[in-house]
Design a protein around this ligand. Structure first.
Ligand SMILES: [Zn+2]
Length: 203
């Protein structure tokens, strides 16, 4: 049985397929900002692990505040990061009145400004609000099987009731990844993504 399961799992990348995951709006915090929002010595409490190894959804939540609205109970993803980053969908940006560019995670220079409120304090970041550029995480082994390389741009056809092909999707390769495509809620809703969904990488 285990051999059959392994054979099926191996067949997925050979067919150029990757599981599609939807990222809801969330925040990554620096230690400094975590302590302003949650108090001196505060730590993030893991609630459940995410698909990417070492990443987790934390128990702690914050409120996002823009000129036009608020988003209560916004998720914080751990562990802490070298730069605070707020990942929003375009719909979130419209509701909050926040201007955020489409960026790769970590590329926050000159990105959107937003306020974040926690139980112990609040901060206003001059930059860090982004609409995450859709991307595919691959291990080096699977990237080799698929014939793609880190930073390559591909198209991904998502198999749903209302199929959509996303263009200009960024491939990211690392030993530390598990293989997933990440899209935001607007993209998921446009393609009627719900439940287990596969996408096919088209070069
Ligand atoms: Zn991702």
């Amino acid at each position: 049985m285990e051999q059959i399961i392994q054979a099926v799992l191996d067949a997925i990348p050979r067919a150029g397929l990757v599981e599609v995951e939807v990222s809801a709006r969330h925040v990554h915090l620096t230690r400094e900002h975590l302590e302003i929002l949650f108090g001196k010595g505060a730590e993030l409490t893991p609630k459940r692990p995410l698909s990417q190894p070492g990443q987790f959804l934390s128990e702690e939540r914050v409120t996002l505040i823009g000129p036009k609205g608020r988003k209560e109970r916004t998720a914080i993803l751990g562990p802490i990061r070298p730069a605070t980053q707020v990942e929003l969908s375009k719909s979130d940006c419209v509701e909050l009145g926040v201007k955020a560019p489409v960026r790769e995670s970590g590329d926050v220079a000159g990105s959107g400004s937003i306020s974040i409120e926690g139980p112990c304090g609040s901060i206003k970041i001059a930059e860090g609000a982004i609409i995450a550029h859709n991307h595919v995480h691959l291990t080096p082994e699977v990237a080799r099987i698929m014939g793609v390389t880190d930073k390559q741009r591909v198209s991904v056809e998502v198999f749903t009731e209302r199929p959509v092909t996303f263009r200009d999707v960024i491939i990211r390769v690392s030993e530390k990844f598990s293989c997933r495509m990440h899209i935001d809620f607007d993209e998921a809703n446009a393609a009627l993504v719900s439940g287990f969904t596969l996408g096919k990488i088209i070069k």
